[in-house]
Design a binder for this molecule. Structure first.
Ligand code: ARG
Length: 460
Protein backbone atom coordinates (compact mmCIF):
# COMPACT_ATOMS: atom_id res chain seq x y z
CA UNK A 1 0.00 0.00 0.00
CA UNK A 2 1.28 3.44 -0.90
CA UNK A 3 0.64 4.73 2.56
CA UNK A 4 2.47 7.46 4.39
CA UNK A 5 3.49 6.61 7.93
CA UNK A 6 1.79 8.71 10.61
CA UNK A 7 1.39 8.36 14.38
CA UNK A 8 -2.02 6.81 13.74
CA UNK A 9 -1.27 4.40 10.91
CA UNK A 10 -0.40 4.46 7.24
CA UNK A 11 -2.50 6.78 5.13
CA UNK A 12 -2.45 7.34 1.38
CA UNK A 13 -0.63 10.67 0.91
CA UNK A 14 -3.48 12.16 -1.09
CA UNK A 15 -6.03 11.13 1.51
CA UNK A 16 -3.74 12.52 4.17
CA UNK A 17 -3.39 15.84 2.37
CA UNK A 18 -7.10 16.08 1.67
CA UNK A 19 -8.24 15.23 5.17
CA UNK A 20 -5.64 17.30 6.98
CA UNK A 21 -6.70 20.13 4.70
CA UNK A 22 -5.69 23.50 6.05
CA UNK A 23 -5.13 22.19 9.58
CA UNK A 24 -1.43 22.01 8.91
CA UNK A 25 -1.45 25.80 8.61
CA UNK A 26 -4.43 26.86 10.73
CA UNK A 27 -3.34 24.80 13.71
CA UNK A 28 -0.30 27.05 13.94
CA UNK A 29 -2.63 29.36 15.87
CA UNK A 30 -3.42 26.58 18.33
CA UNK A 31 0.05 25.35 19.34
CA UNK A 32 0.06 27.36 22.53
CA UNK A 33 -3.43 26.28 23.55
CA UNK A 34 -2.62 22.67 22.72
CA UNK A 35 0.46 22.71 24.95
CA UNK A 36 -1.41 24.37 27.81
CA UNK A 37 -4.18 21.78 27.56
CA UNK A 38 -1.65 18.95 27.54
CA UNK A 39 0.08 20.36 30.61
CA UNK A 40 -3.18 20.25 32.57
CA UNK A 41 -4.01 16.79 31.27
CA UNK A 42 -0.63 15.34 32.21
CA UNK A 43 -0.72 16.95 35.66
CA UNK A 44 -4.12 15.37 36.22
CA UNK A 45 -2.94 11.98 34.92
CA UNK A 46 0.04 12.09 37.30
CA UNK A 47 -2.40 12.21 40.20
CA UNK A 48 -4.38 9.17 39.00
CA UNK A 49 -4.29 6.36 41.53
CA UNK A 50 -3.20 3.43 39.38
CA UNK A 51 -1.24 0.29 40.21
CA UNK A 52 1.65 1.83 38.33
CA UNK A 53 1.47 5.64 38.07
CA UNK A 54 1.39 7.03 34.53
CA UNK A 55 3.83 9.82 35.36
CA UNK A 56 6.06 10.33 38.33
CA UNK A 57 6.23 13.88 39.62
CA UNK A 58 9.58 14.32 37.83
CA UNK A 59 8.26 12.94 34.55
CA UNK A 60 5.24 15.20 34.76
CA UNK A 61 7.49 18.22 35.32
CA UNK A 62 9.65 17.13 32.40
CA UNK A 63 6.65 16.87 30.07
CA UNK A 64 5.39 20.28 31.12
CA UNK A 65 8.89 21.72 30.72
CA UNK A 66 9.02 20.32 27.21
CA UNK A 67 5.58 21.72 26.44
CA UNK A 68 6.80 25.15 27.51
CA UNK A 69 9.84 24.69 25.26
CA UNK A 70 7.50 23.90 22.34
CA UNK A 71 5.50 27.04 23.11
CA UNK A 72 8.69 29.08 23.01
CA UNK A 73 9.72 27.48 19.73
CA UNK A 74 6.29 28.15 18.25
CA UNK A 75 6.53 31.81 19.25
CA UNK A 76 9.87 32.01 17.49
CA UNK A 77 8.32 30.40 14.38
CA UNK A 78 10.31 27.21 14.91
CA UNK A 79 7.59 24.64 15.44
CA UNK A 80 6.36 23.51 12.04
CA UNK A 81 3.38 21.16 11.71
CA UNK A 82 4.29 18.60 9.06
CA UNK A 83 1.81 17.14 6.59
CA UNK A 84 2.27 13.69 8.14
CA UNK A 85 1.40 15.17 11.55
CA UNK A 86 -2.05 16.01 10.18
CA UNK A 87 -2.61 18.56 12.91
CA UNK A 88 -1.15 20.30 15.94
CA UNK A 89 -2.13 17.52 18.31
CA UNK A 90 -0.05 14.84 16.65
CA UNK A 91 2.76 17.30 15.96
CA UNK A 92 3.05 18.04 19.68
CA UNK A 93 2.77 14.36 20.59
CA UNK A 94 5.50 13.50 18.10
CA UNK A 95 7.76 16.20 19.50
CA UNK A 96 7.17 15.04 23.08
CA UNK A 97 7.76 11.38 22.26
CA UNK A 98 10.94 12.00 20.34
CA UNK A 99 12.32 14.05 23.23
CA UNK A 100 10.96 12.14 26.22
CA UNK A 101 10.31 8.60 24.94
CA UNK A 102 7.66 6.68 26.90
CA UNK A 103 6.58 9.70 28.94
CA UNK A 104 5.74 11.43 25.67
CA UNK A 105 3.89 8.39 24.40
CA UNK A 106 1.72 8.33 27.55
CA UNK A 107 0.46 11.89 27.14
CA UNK A 108 -2.49 10.88 24.99
CA UNK A 109 -3.83 8.49 27.67
CA UNK A 110 -7.54 9.04 28.34
CA UNK A 111 -7.81 11.73 25.72
CA UNK A 112 -8.86 12.02 22.10
CA UNK A 113 -8.07 14.66 19.56
CA UNK A 114 -11.78 15.40 19.73
CA UNK A 115 -11.72 16.79 23.25
CA UNK A 116 -8.24 18.15 22.65
CA UNK A 117 -9.19 20.33 19.70
CA UNK A 118 -12.41 21.44 21.38
CA UNK A 119 -10.32 22.52 24.35
CA UNK A 120 -7.72 24.28 22.21
CA UNK A 121 -10.40 26.30 20.49
CA UNK A 122 -11.95 27.32 23.79
CA UNK A 123 -8.61 28.52 25.13
CA UNK A 124 -8.04 30.38 21.87
CA UNK A 125 -11.57 31.80 22.00
CA UNK A 126 -11.08 32.95 25.58
CA UNK A 127 -8.14 35.15 24.58
CA UNK A 128 -10.05 36.47 21.60
CA UNK A 129 -13.12 37.20 23.72
CA UNK A 130 -10.97 39.10 26.19
CA UNK A 131 -9.67 41.13 23.25
CA UNK A 132 -13.06 41.70 21.66
CA UNK A 133 -14.73 42.73 24.91
CA UNK A 134 -11.90 45.08 25.78
CA UNK A 135 -11.76 46.59 22.29
CA UNK A 136 -15.52 46.93 21.85
CA UNK A 137 -15.92 48.52 25.29
CA UNK A 138 -12.88 50.72 24.61
CA UNK A 139 -14.36 51.92 21.32
CA UNK A 140 -17.67 52.60 23.06
CA UNK A 141 -15.82 54.70 25.61
CA UNK A 142 -14.03 56.59 22.86
CA UNK A 143 -17.33 57.34 21.12
CA UNK A 144 -18.83 58.47 24.41
CA UNK A 145 -15.96 60.88 24.94
CA UNK A 146 -16.46 62.20 21.40
CA UNK A 147 -20.20 62.56 22.02
CA UNK A 148 -19.73 64.23 25.38
CA UNK A 149 -17.25 66.72 23.96
CA UNK A 150 -19.78 67.66 21.27
CA UNK A 151 -22.92 67.05 23.30
CA UNK A 152 -24.31 70.48 22.51
CA UNK A 153 -23.34 70.53 18.85
CA UNK A 154 -26.57 70.25 16.84
CA UNK A 155 -26.81 67.55 14.19
CA UNK A 156 -29.84 66.85 12.07
CA UNK A 157 -31.51 63.63 13.09
CA UNK A 158 -32.45 61.69 9.98
CA UNK A 159 -34.98 59.00 9.11
CA UNK A 160 -34.93 57.52 5.60
CA UNK A 161 -31.76 59.64 5.43
CA UNK A 162 -34.05 62.68 5.10
CA UNK A 163 -33.72 65.53 7.61
CA UNK A 164 -36.16 64.67 10.40
CA UNK A 165 -35.69 66.32 13.79
CA UNK A 166 -33.12 68.37 15.67
CA UNK A 167 -30.56 66.15 17.31
CA UNK A 168 -26.95 66.35 18.40
CA UNK A 169 -23.51 64.89 17.82
CA UNK A 170 -23.85 63.63 21.40
CA UNK A 171 -26.90 61.57 20.48
CA UNK A 172 -25.25 60.29 17.29
CA UNK A 173 -21.98 59.23 18.88
CA UNK A 174 -23.48 57.74 22.01
CA UNK A 175 -26.07 55.83 19.96
CA UNK A 176 -23.27 53.95 18.25
CA UNK A 177 -21.56 53.56 21.62
CA UNK A 178 -24.64 52.09 23.29
CA UNK A 179 -24.98 49.63 20.42
CA UNK A 180 -21.45 48.40 21.12
CA UNK A 181 -22.21 48.20 24.84
CA UNK A 182 -25.11 45.86 24.10
CA UNK A 183 -22.74 43.83 21.92
CA UNK A 184 -20.37 43.60 24.87
CA UNK A 185 -23.20 41.94 26.80
CA UNK A 186 -23.61 39.40 24.01
CA UNK A 187 -19.85 38.82 24.08
CA UNK A 188 -20.02 38.29 27.84
CA UNK A 189 -22.73 35.68 27.28
CA UNK A 190 -20.48 33.96 24.76
CA UNK A 191 -17.62 34.19 27.26
CA UNK A 192 -19.70 32.38 29.88
CA UNK A 193 -20.56 29.54 27.49
CA UNK A 194 -17.00 29.28 26.33
CA UNK A 195 -15.69 29.14 29.89
CA UNK A 196 -16.32 25.40 30.29
CA UNK A 197 -13.84 22.62 29.79
CA UNK A 198 -14.53 19.79 27.34
CA UNK A 199 -11.32 17.99 28.37
CA UNK A 200 -11.70 14.39 29.50
CA UNK A 201 -14.74 13.71 27.36
CA UNK A 202 -12.20 12.00 25.09
CA UNK A 203 -13.81 10.73 21.89
CA UNK A 204 -17.15 11.85 23.30
CA UNK A 205 -17.98 8.93 25.54
CA UNK A 206 -15.53 9.14 28.44
CA UNK A 207 -12.88 6.58 29.45
CA UNK A 208 -12.74 3.65 31.89
CA UNK A 209 -10.24 5.43 34.13
CA UNK A 210 -11.18 7.60 37.10
CA UNK A 211 -9.90 10.82 35.52
CA UNK A 212 -10.61 14.09 37.30
CA UNK A 213 -12.27 16.45 34.86
CA UNK A 214 -12.89 19.07 37.54
CA UNK A 215 -9.17 19.18 38.23
CA UNK A 216 -8.14 19.83 34.60
CA UNK A 217 -10.91 22.40 34.36
CA UNK A 218 -9.56 24.16 37.45
CA UNK A 219 -5.93 23.94 36.35
CA UNK A 220 -6.90 25.65 33.09
CA UNK A 221 -8.87 28.39 34.83
CA UNK A 222 -12.27 27.32 33.47
CA UNK A 223 -15.43 27.97 35.42
CA UNK A 224 -16.34 24.26 35.26
CA UNK A 225 -16.30 21.25 32.93
CA UNK A 226 -19.01 20.69 30.31
CA UNK A 227 -20.94 17.99 32.13
CA UNK A 228 -22.07 15.42 29.56
CA UNK A 229 -19.23 13.79 27.63
CA UNK A 230 -21.19 13.44 24.42
CA UNK A 231 -22.40 17.01 24.59
CA UNK A 232 -18.80 18.11 25.15
CA UNK A 233 -17.97 16.78 21.70
CA UNK A 234 -21.14 18.22 20.17
CA UNK A 235 -20.46 21.64 21.64
CA UNK A 236 -17.55 21.90 19.19
CA UNK A 237 -18.70 24.29 16.51
CA UNK A 238 -21.66 25.36 18.61
CA UNK A 239 -19.39 27.32 20.91
CA UNK A 240 -17.60 28.84 17.93
CA UNK A 241 -20.94 29.73 16.44
CA UNK A 242 -22.03 31.49 19.64
CA UNK A 243 -18.79 33.48 19.73
CA UNK A 244 -19.13 34.45 16.08
CA UNK A 245 -22.77 35.40 16.57
CA UNK A 246 -21.55 37.88 19.16
CA UNK A 247 -18.76 39.02 16.83
CA UNK A 248 -21.37 39.48 14.10
CA UNK A 249 -23.28 41.88 16.32
CA UNK A 250 -20.08 43.86 16.86
CA UNK A 251 -19.49 43.97 13.11
CA UNK A 252 -23.06 45.07 12.45
CA UNK A 253 -22.57 47.93 14.90
CA UNK A 254 -19.27 48.86 13.27
CA UNK A 255 -20.77 48.65 9.81
CA UNK A 256 -23.55 51.06 10.62
CA UNK A 257 -21.11 53.48 12.21
CA UNK A 258 -18.89 53.09 9.14
CA UNK A 259 -21.77 53.82 6.79
CA UNK A 260 -22.61 56.99 8.73
CA UNK A 261 -18.99 58.07 8.56
CA UNK A 262 -18.74 57.43 4.82
CA UNK A 263 -21.84 59.48 4.27
CA UNK A 264 -21.12 62.34 6.63
CA UNK A 265 -17.53 62.67 5.44
CA UNK A 266 -18.76 63.36 1.91
CA UNK A 267 -17.98 66.99 1.01
CA UNK A 268 -21.71 67.54 0.44
CA UNK A 269 -22.20 66.95 4.17
CA UNK A 270 -18.76 67.69 5.59
CA UNK A 271 -19.95 66.98 9.14
CA UNK A 272 -16.86 64.94 10.01
CA UNK A 273 -13.29 65.10 8.77
CA UNK A 274 -10.25 62.88 9.00
CA UNK A 275 -6.73 63.97 8.33
CA UNK A 276 -5.14 62.41 5.24
CA UNK A 277 -3.14 59.76 7.09
CA UNK A 278 -6.37 58.08 8.17
CA UNK A 279 -7.70 58.00 4.62
CA UNK A 280 -6.23 56.64 1.43
CA UNK A 281 -5.67 58.45 -1.83
CA UNK A 282 -6.10 57.64 -5.48
CA UNK A 283 -3.40 56.62 -7.94
CA UNK A 284 -4.86 58.90 -10.61
CA UNK A 285 -6.86 61.63 -8.88
CA UNK A 286 -4.51 63.76 -6.82
CA UNK A 287 -7.25 65.36 -4.72
CA UNK A 288 -8.85 62.15 -3.41
CA UNK A 289 -9.18 61.37 0.32
CA UNK A 290 -11.13 58.17 0.62
CA UNK A 291 -12.66 56.64 3.75
CA UNK A 292 -11.34 53.16 2.93
CA UNK A 293 -11.18 51.93 6.51
CA UNK A 294 -14.92 52.40 6.84
CA UNK A 295 -15.64 50.86 3.45
CA UNK A 296 -13.63 47.77 4.33
CA UNK A 297 -15.34 47.47 7.69
CA UNK A 298 -18.65 47.54 5.84
CA UNK A 299 -17.52 44.81 3.43
CA UNK A 300 -15.82 42.67 6.06
CA UNK A 301 -19.00 42.63 8.08
CA UNK A 302 -20.37 40.47 5.27
CA UNK A 303 -17.39 38.16 5.74
CA UNK A 304 -18.00 37.69 9.45
CA UNK A 305 -21.68 37.05 8.82
CA UNK A 306 -20.69 34.50 6.18
CA UNK A 307 -18.26 32.79 8.57
CA UNK A 308 -21.00 32.58 11.20
CA UNK A 309 -23.36 31.14 8.65
CA UNK A 310 -20.79 28.66 7.35
CA UNK A 311 -20.41 27.21 10.83
CA UNK A 312 -24.17 27.02 11.37
CA UNK A 313 -24.50 25.37 7.96
CA UNK A 314 -21.93 22.72 8.87
CA UNK A 315 -23.64 22.01 12.20
CA UNK A 316 -27.17 21.95 10.90
CA UNK A 317 -27.30 18.45 9.50
CA UNK A 318 -24.83 16.73 11.81
CA UNK A 319 -25.80 13.79 13.95
CA UNK A 320 -24.64 13.66 17.58
CA UNK A 321 -21.05 12.83 18.46
CA UNK A 322 -17.85 13.91 16.76
CA UNK A 323 -17.93 14.16 12.96
CA UNK A 324 -14.93 15.17 10.86
CA UNK A 325 -17.11 17.90 9.37
CA UNK A 326 -16.38 19.82 12.57
CA UNK A 327 -12.82 20.39 11.43
CA UNK A 328 -14.21 22.73 8.79
CA UNK A 329 -15.62 25.06 11.44
CA UNK A 330 -12.07 26.00 12.41
CA UNK A 331 -11.21 28.20 9.44
CA UNK A 332 -14.34 30.37 9.48
CA UNK A 333 -14.02 30.69 13.24
CA UNK A 334 -10.43 31.88 13.13
CA UNK A 335 -11.17 34.15 10.21
CA UNK A 336 -14.34 35.65 11.68
CA UNK A 337 -12.70 36.43 14.99
CA UNK A 338 -9.57 37.83 13.33
CA UNK A 339 -11.55 40.09 11.01
CA UNK A 340 -13.63 41.39 13.91
CA UNK A 341 -10.62 42.26 16.02
CA UNK A 342 -8.84 43.99 13.15
CA UNK A 343 -11.97 46.00 12.45
CA UNK A 344 -12.40 47.02 16.08
CA UNK A 345 -8.84 48.26 16.24
CA UNK A 346 -8.94 50.09 12.91
CA UNK A 347 -12.21 51.85 13.72
CA UNK A 348 -10.94 52.88 17.16
CA UNK A 349 -7.78 54.28 15.62
CA UNK A 350 -9.63 56.31 13.04
CA UNK A 351 -12.51 57.43 15.26
CA UNK A 352 -9.94 58.70 17.73
CA UNK A 353 -8.98 61.31 15.14
CA UNK A 354 -12.34 62.51 13.89
CA UNK A 355 -12.80 66.23 13.61
CA UNK A 356 -16.29 67.61 14.01
CA UNK A 357 -17.29 70.55 11.80
CA UNK A 358 -19.97 72.39 13.78
CA UNK A 359 -20.77 75.01 11.09
CA UNK A 360 -21.23 72.29 8.46
CA UNK A 361 -23.52 70.43 10.85
CA UNK A 362 -25.52 73.60 11.37
CA UNK A 363 -25.90 74.07 7.62
CA UNK A 364 -27.61 70.69 7.54
CA UNK A 365 -30.65 72.18 9.28
CA UNK A 366 -33.63 73.56 7.36
CA UNK A 367 -36.82 75.03 8.83
CA UNK A 368 -38.74 71.80 8.20
CA UNK A 369 -36.56 70.02 10.76
CA UNK A 370 -38.34 72.03 13.47
CA UNK A 371 -41.87 71.24 12.23
CA UNK A 372 -42.52 68.47 14.73
CA UNK A 373 -41.17 70.57 17.59
CA UNK A 374 -43.57 73.33 16.54
CA UNK A 375 -46.52 70.93 16.50
CA UNK A 376 -45.61 69.76 20.01
CA UNK A 377 -45.41 73.37 21.15
CA UNK A 378 -49.03 73.75 20.03
CA UNK A 379 -49.92 70.53 21.86
CA UNK A 380 -48.48 72.02 25.03
CA UNK A 381 -50.88 74.92 24.68
CA UNK A 382 -53.85 72.56 24.41
CA UNK A 383 -54.21 71.73 20.70
CA UNK A 384 -54.85 67.99 20.03
CA UNK A 385 -51.80 66.51 18.30
CA UNK A 386 -53.47 65.66 14.98
CA UNK A 387 -54.85 69.20 14.68
CA UNK A 388 -51.44 70.66 15.52
CA UNK A 389 -49.83 68.37 12.94
CA UNK A 390 -52.26 69.52 10.24
CA UNK A 391 -51.87 73.15 11.19
CA UNK A 392 -48.07 72.99 10.93
CA UNK A 393 -48.28 70.97 7.71
CA UNK A 394 -50.52 73.62 6.13
CA UNK A 395 -48.01 76.34 7.00
CA UNK A 396 -44.68 74.62 6.36
CA UNK A 397 -43.48 77.59 4.30
CA UNK A 398 -44.08 79.88 7.26
CA UNK A 399 -41.88 77.99 9.71
CA UNK A 400 -39.50 80.56 11.13
CA UNK A 401 -35.85 80.23 11.96
CA UNK A 402 -35.16 78.33 15.13
CA UNK A 403 -31.78 78.09 16.79
CA UNK A 404 -30.94 74.37 16.78
CA UNK A 405 -28.94 74.84 19.97
CA UNK A 406 -32.11 75.99 21.70
CA UNK A 407 -34.11 73.20 20.08
CA UNK A 408 -31.87 70.43 21.35
CA UNK A 409 -31.60 71.99 24.81
CA UNK A 410 -35.37 71.55 25.12
CA UNK A 411 -35.15 67.77 24.81
CA UNK A 412 -34.35 66.88 28.37
CA UNK A 413 -35.94 63.47 28.87
CA UNK A 414 -33.90 60.29 29.17
CA UNK A 415 -31.65 59.60 26.19
CA UNK A 416 -32.57 62.80 24.31
CA UNK A 417 -29.94 65.42 23.39
CA UNK A 418 -30.11 67.17 26.77
CA UNK A 419 -30.85 64.02 28.74
CA UNK A 420 -27.95 61.75 27.86
CA UNK A 421 -26.38 59.83 30.71
CA UNK A 422 -22.81 59.78 29.48
CA UNK A 423 -21.45 58.70 32.82
CA UNK A 424 -23.92 55.80 33.09
CA UNK A 425 -22.90 54.61 29.63
CA UNK A 426 -19.23 55.08 30.42
CA UNK A 427 -19.67 52.99 33.52
CA UNK A 428 -21.02 50.14 31.39
CA UNK A 429 -17.90 50.41 29.23
CA UNK A 430 -15.60 50.42 32.24
CA UNK A 431 -17.41 47.43 33.74
CA UNK A 432 -16.68 45.47 30.56
CA UNK A 433 -13.04 46.47 30.61
CA UNK A 434 -12.73 45.68 34.31
CA UNK A 435 -14.31 42.25 33.74
CA UNK A 436 -11.56 41.44 31.25
CA UNK A 437 -8.79 42.76 33.49
CA UNK A 438 -9.82 40.67 36.50
CA UNK A 439 -10.59 37.51 34.52
CA UNK A 440 -7.44 37.73 32.49
CA UNK A 441 -5.35 38.18 35.62
CA UNK A 442 -6.97 35.15 37.22
CA UNK A 443 -6.54 33.12 34.03
CA UNK A 444 -2.89 34.00 33.58
CA UNK A 445 -2.09 33.23 37.19
CA UNK A 446 -3.73 29.78 36.80
CA UNK A 447 -1.65 29.16 33.68
CA UNK A 448 1.55 30.42 35.32
CA UNK A 449 0.99 27.99 38.17
CA UNK A 450 0.27 25.15 35.77
CA UNK A 451 3.27 25.77 33.52
CA UNK A 452 5.70 26.64 36.30
CA UNK A 453 6.79 29.76 34.42
CA UNK A 454 5.17 33.19 34.27
CA UNK A 455 2.45 33.29 31.62
CA UNK A 456 2.18 34.85 29.07
CA UNK A 457 5.88 35.79 29.19
CA UNK A 458 7.07 32.16 29.53
CA UNK A 459 10.25 33.30 31.29
CA UNK A 460 13.75 32.67 30.00
N1 ARG B 1 -8.02 18.07 13.10
C1 ARG B 1 -9.15 17.38 13.66
C2 ARG B 1 -10.29 18.41 13.81
O1 ARG B 1 -10.04 19.56 13.76
C3 ARG B 1 -8.80 16.83 14.98
C4 ARG B 1 -9.75 15.81 15.45
C5 ARG B 1 -9.58 14.56 14.68
N2 ARG B 1 -10.46 13.58 15.23
C6 ARG B 1 -10.78 12.50 14.55
N3 ARG B 1 -11.61 11.69 15.13
N4 ARG B 1 -10.36 12.27 13.34
O2 ARG B 1 -11.43 18.01 13.96
Amino acid sequence: MAGQKTLVGKIHPDVLAFTAGKDVILDGALVEADCIGSAAHVRMLSKLKLEKPLFSETECDAVIGELVAIMRRARAGRFPIRPDDQDVHLAVERALSSKLGDAGKRVHTARSRNDQVALDLRLYAKEQLFGMIEEAAGLARLLLTLGQRHARVPMVGRTHLQPAMPSSVGVWASAHAESLLDDVEVLLGAYAQNDRSPLGSAAGYGVPLAIDRALTSRLLGFERPIHNVMYASMARGKCESVVLAAASQVMLSLSRLAEDMILFMMPEFGYFRLSPEYCTGSSIMPQKQNPDVFELVRARTAKVLACTNTIAGILKGLPGGYQRDLQETKEPFLEGVGVTRDALRAVALVMGHVEVDAPALKRGFNPGVFATDRALELVASGVPFRDAYNEVKAGLDQLGDVDPVVAIAAKVHEGAPAGLDFSGLKKRASDGIRFVRTRRKRYYSALSKLLGVPYPELGK
